[in-house]
Design a protein around this ligand. Structure first.
Ligand SMILES: Cc1ncc(COP(=O)(O)O)c(C=O)c1O
Length: 389
């Protein structure tokens, strides 16, 4: 018998960070420890009722029981266009400049298929959402990590990208408000990044999953009101964090017609559209009353304040997040990120994420997610304090 082997691209793949943490969490929980997770960015609040009701009604519509269109329903793409106009003052053509995604992860993960060939360079932030680099490497592209350092307010130094890499790069991923650092980026930085990409023929892929989770700093503005952006940029949005819809799997990408067309060439061959009833519910989310988003922001703002106070009391070094719902905190001297997080899990039953899970520049940091109910968050902070003592 000859054993079968998975492809090298799978064998060589590092384990997906959150799957690995989940495994360790289960192991500790099986010993009877009450685990509190501040590890994953999955909002604890329910989806607003008007969106759930829209899904219930739409699920009864037989039209939604059939294969959905690949590019997304026209009503949803139109709702995206209106949302862009209302939110950013930017006009978008729903027919050619929007594609609906099975969560923004789908589009992000598949973008390298559309724009990078084997051996091409893809520029990714480090630390950053792991999917950018892993999925680029999976198709044989080379990954150049752009360090995000505290001294530069977690913005990459584009001038530090080696000339020969910059000259042959195909995609630059950026993400603000940023996971995991909680940083936002000023408008001038996006202008600089766009100019850099335009000069070199790089597609600027902006991951806007947290665009609506902000605390008043550098609130995200679409890049598409800058000249030339449509040919050189794409923006990924998600309903996951904005409307507490992580389980629903719906997001969208907006870009020039040529970029959307290239993404659709991949998508039509790789997967299918989003369940029609979920798309109808997404229309209700984007077109309905947006006060639910303000409530979500207020919940995170209150938790942010609480956690900032507690971390200060405990003597941690950190920057209070400007957006997204994460604290990026310095590990106390003398321990690696992984050691510190494992000890926190073992001794305090609290899951936090080691910075290295987001790239080598994450060494020396750990990430706290605010997506945990208030009483459990307080309990976790209390346990952390005891653990440190
Ligand atoms: C930075 C970032 N981008 C994209 C995503 C993907 O979100 P979704 O696929 O739910 O839209 C996440 C999810 O955690 C994220 O943190």
């Amino acid at each position: 018998m000859k054993p079968i082997e998975p492809a090298r691209r799978i064998r060589d793949l590092p384990k997906y960070l959150f799957a690995e943490i989940d495994r360790k969490k289960k192991e500790v929980a099986s010993r009877g420890v009450d685990i509190i997770s501040l590890g994953i960015g999955d909002p604890d609040q329910p989806t607003p009722p008007h969106i759930v009701e829209a899904l219930r009604d739409a699920a009864r519509n037989p039209v939604n029981h059939r294969y959905p269109d690949y590019e997304g329903s026209l009503p949803l793409r139109t709702a995206v266009g209106k949302w862009y106009k209302d939110r950013f003052g930017v006009a978008v053509d729903p027919a050619t400049e929007v594609v609906v995604l099975i969560g923004s992860k789908e589009g992000i993960a598949h973008l390298p298929h559309a724009y990078a060939d084997r051996g091409d360079w893809v520029l990714v932030p480090d630390p950053g959402y792991p999917v950018y680099g892993i999925m680029s490497a999976m198709i044989g592209a080379q990954v150049h990590r752009m360090p995000l350092c505290e001294e530069r307010a977690f913005l990459p130094d584009l001038g530090a990208i080696p000339g020969e890499i910059a000259a042959s790069a195909k995609i630059m991923f950026l993400n603000y408000p940023n996971n995991p650092t909680g940083a936002s980026a000023p408008r001038e930085f996006f202008e600089e990044a766009l100019a850099f990409c335009r000069e070199r023929g790089i597609l600027l892929a902006l991951d806007c999953a947290y665009s609506e989770i902000h605390f008043g700093h550098d609130v995200y503005r679409s890049i598409f009101d800058l000249p030339g952006a449509r040919e050189h940029a794409v923006e990924f949005h998600s309903l996951s964090k904005t409307y507490n819809m992580t389980g629903w799997r719906v997001g969208f990408a907006v870009g020039g017609a040529a970029v959307i067309d290239a993404m659709l060439k991949v998508k039509t061959n790789l997967d299918s559209g989003v369940f029609g009833a979920v798309q109808d519910a997404a229309v209700a989310a984007l077109s309905g009353d947006q006060s639910c988003v303000e409530r979500t922001r207020a919940i995170f703002a209150a938790r942010r304040q609480r956690v900032a106070q507690a971390l200060t009391r405990m003597g941690f070094r950190f920057r209070t997040p400007e957006g997204a719902f994460y604290f990026w905190v310095r590990v106390p001297e003398g321990r690696t990120s992984a050691q510190f997080c494992m000890q926190m899990l073992e001794k305090a039953g609290v899951v936090v994420t080691p910075g290295t899970g987001f790239g080598p520049s994450g060494e020396g940091y750990f990430r706290i997610s605010l997506t945990c109910p208030d009483d459990r968050l307080d309990e976790a902070l209390g346990r952390m304090q005891k653990f440190l003592a």
